[in-house]
Design a protein around this ligand. Structure first.
Ligand SMILES: NC(=O)c1ccc[n+]([C@@H]2O[C@H](COP(=O)([O-])OP(=O)(O)OC[C@H]3O[C@@H](n4cnc5c(N)ncnc54)[C@H](O)[C@@H]3O)[C@@H](O)[C@H]2O)c1
Length: 264
């Protein structure tokens, strides 16, 4: 028996990166995963997964569009009878120094990372309240609430906002047997990170990955499955007494007090 047997999970940003890692772990744990993503790649990822015998459905949707999200989530609930789990994972990150950051880039972060999670939660929560059961997992970050690099003002605001959202919503739905928690990943090896590095150092992206890894006490980036494992725990019945909390998954990257600790 998997930890999520017979559960219906909606995972946003499921086509690649952390969302794909979460989808794979959830599928292995027995959940039916509704993969929401704006990218065409979501269909290929779902087909690959379905071919291995896992239960998935695909919704190509932009989470900034509430009507489209509601239609997709309603369709999942109509077909499968319920929504047990929502993982608000889809997000974007563009590194731009504050004085160069346009309002458009700022608002894009707010729209996808904050309003997107808001829209998906608005659409899915009524089905959880109806069944008096639910697990919501928001993918925040260590960036913003705990640490930051330059160029991350807009991104950091959104990831800090998800902490506040997690706590406030957890309080509101605690009597409905619905938990709301957040995961704060450190540096995870996903297309978001790889593409960002390729823009910055197109000739030798691996050298940047190596530098990043050398600053992490575990000396490696995390995998999307590392995030999937934490999400599966928080979405499982084993985590039933945990709500409103952020969980850091970062290979110890927020631990060192000085550079001495990460020197080889
Ligand atoms: N990779 C990391 O190191 C890291 C660290 C901390 C937090 N996170 C968070 O993890 C989440 C996933 O990041 P990732 O690294 O896997 O990114 P990624 O770019 O590799 O994948 C993001 C996915 O979200 C989808 N998406 C983007 N905008 C969307 C929209 N408007 N509607 C629907 N889908 C949309 C993309 O198509 C893509 O499939 C994000 O919230 C990110 O902030 C990532």
């Amino acid at each position: 028996m998997g930890r999520l047997e017979d559960k219906v999970a909606v995972v946003t940003g499921a086509a690649m990166g952390n969302g794909w890692g979460i989808t794979k772990v959830f599928g292995r744990e027995g959940a039916h995963v509704a993969m929401l993503d704006v990218s065409d790649e979501v269909s290929g990822a779902a087909k690959e997964f379905e071919g291995q015998g896992y239960k998935v459905s695909v919704c190509k949707v932009d989470i900034t569009d509430f009507n489209a999200v509601k239609k997709a989530v309603d369709e999942v609930a109509r077909k499968l009878g319920k929504i047990d789990i929502l993982v608000n994972n889809a997000g974007i990150a563009k590194l731009v120094p504050f004085l160069e950051m346009t309002d458009e880039i700022r608002d894009l972060h707010f729209d996808v990372n904050i309003n997107g999670a808001w829209n998906c939660t608005k659409a899915a929560l009524p089905f959880m309240v109806e069944k008096n059961y639910g697990r919501i997992v928001n993918i925040s970050s260590v960036t913003g609430p705990i640490v930051t690099d330059t160029g991350q003002t807009a991104y950091a605001i959104t990831k800090s906002a998800l902490w506040g959202f997690t706590k406030a919503l957890a309080m509101e739905v605690v009597r409905n047997n619905i938990t709301v928690n957040a995961i704060c990943p450190g540096m995870i090896d996903t297309p978001m990170v790889r593409n960002g590095i390729a823009e910055f150092m197109p000739d030798d992206p691996q050298s940047v990955i190596d530098i990043l890894a050398s600053g992490i006490p575990m000396k490696k980036l995390g995998t999307p499955e590392d995030i999937g494992e934490m999400a599966a725990f928080l979405a499982s019945d084993a985590a039933g007494y945990i709500t409103g909390q952020p969980f850091v998954v970062d290979g110890g990257s927020t631990l060192p007090e000085s550079a001495l600790s990460v020197m080889d």
